[in-house]
Design a protein around this ligand. Structure first.
Ligand SMILES: Cc1cc2nc3c(=O)[nH]c(=O)nc-3n(C[C@H](O)[C@H](O)[C@H](O)COP(=O)(O)OP(=O)(O)OC[C@H]3O[C@@H](n4cnc5c(N)ncnc54)[C@H](O)[C@@H]3O)c2cc1C
Length: 293
């Protein structure tokens, strides 16, 4: 199928883009990599009257790191650029590890970091990683700029706190906590498919061997990426070992209320979620970096 008719703009500056977004509001849609929006338009599941193509805004394509170790990524940065960046690999190993799990290298060549986060597919990797890492997003409209913490961003199925008149410009990932354990695990039907279920584990240790803080995020099991607060509580202050991991995984899965669909039943998703959390915690422990920077 072909898309419904639309008007097309390709602004050359952020100012022009914001003016167009303000002029067309709900009727306008930003086109970034087009890897999600174009299929939706071709199927006529999305019928924007106006497309605002931001691919000329090259000032939004960058990976920058602050002196404190923060990683700032322009919204139009291609997923493949993050994947291939030695600096990302070195400074944020979880973010780097998530990249090859997103679709195929062809889709990552076009797909942008901002597009993936705004599209907010509940089974997508980047929204889940942003939540796990406590990222912060900058959005602009004609009246100014505001910051949105990732934990406030996802408001429901494929919906975010970003207004139709706002442009996402940057995503900032806080400095990596060296000495942390981390892992991302997922199950998908075929390589390159969206995850049926995915799990991220981050563990920070105290000076000794106890878990000081844990972050567990699940994706593909709800209407948005989810923090597993009960699972995290189980780990806090405990010695990381298989028995505790199993307890945390069971608590995390208990909180879930996934849907059944053609890909998997709700029960199966819960079982897989528990299994992936356990596996992610085990890998995180093994991967605990000894490096202190
Ligand atoms: C075959 C295939 C397999 C895929 N597999 C996966 C997968 O396993 N995991 C996964 O996460 N994704 C997957 N995807 C989706 C892919 O990652 C998309 O690239 C991504 O979801 C959207 O990024 P985009 O730049 O293409 O955005 P677009 O499709 O251009 O836009 C997506 C949405 O975001 C909005 N938007 C984009 N940029 C901005 C901005 N800067 N400010 C405000 N709004 C904006 C658009 O208006 C639109 O609503 C797959 C896609 C394909 C085609």
């Amino acid at each position: 199928m072909k898309p419904a008719p639309f008007e097309y703009f390709a602004p050359g500056t952020i100012g022009e883009t914001l003016e167009l977004l303000s002029r067309y509001g709900e009727e306008g849609k930003i086109l970034a990599g087009g890897q999600s929006l174009m299929p939706l338009m071709n199927l006529r599941l999305a019928r924007p009257r106006v497309l605002i193509d931001i691919n000329r805004l090259t000032s939004l394509e960058y990976i920058a790191h602050g002196a404190d170790g923060e990683l700032a990524v322009g919204a139009l940065t291609r997923q493949r650029s993050l994947e291939l960046s030695p600096a990302v690999k070195e400074r944020n190993p979880l973010l780097a590890a998530a990249m090859p799990l997103i679709g195929h290298f062809q889709t990552r060549n076009r797909g942008t970091v901002g597009g993936s986060v705004v599209h907010a597919d509940p089974a997508a990797e980047l929204p889940a990683v942003s939540l796990a890492l406590g990222a912060e997003l900058s959005v602009k409209n004609e009246r100014g700029e505001r910051a949105i913490p990732a934990e406030d961003l996802f408001t429901g199925l494929m919906s975010t706190a970003i207004e139709p008149t706002e442009l996402l410009t940057e995503i900032r990932f806080p400095p990596w906590r060296w000495g942390s354990g981390w892992a991302i695990e997922e199950v998908a039907r075929r390589r390159g498919d969206f995850a049926m279920v995915g799990a991220i584990a981050l563990i920070r240790f105290d000076g000794g061997d106890l878990c000081q803080e844990a972050r567990l995020v699940l994706f593909g099991v709800g209407d948005r990426p989810l923090r597993a607060a009960r699972g995290e509580q189980v780990l806090q202050g405990r010695r990381p070992e298989p028995r505790i991991f199993a307890e945390a995984a069971a608590a995390a899965a208990e909180e879930l209320d996934p849907i059944s669909d053609v890909h998997a039943s709700a029960e199966y998703r819960k079982d897989v979620a528990a299994c992936l959390i356990r596996r992610a915690l085990q890998t995180a422990l093994l991967r605990r970096e000894q490096v202190t920077r």
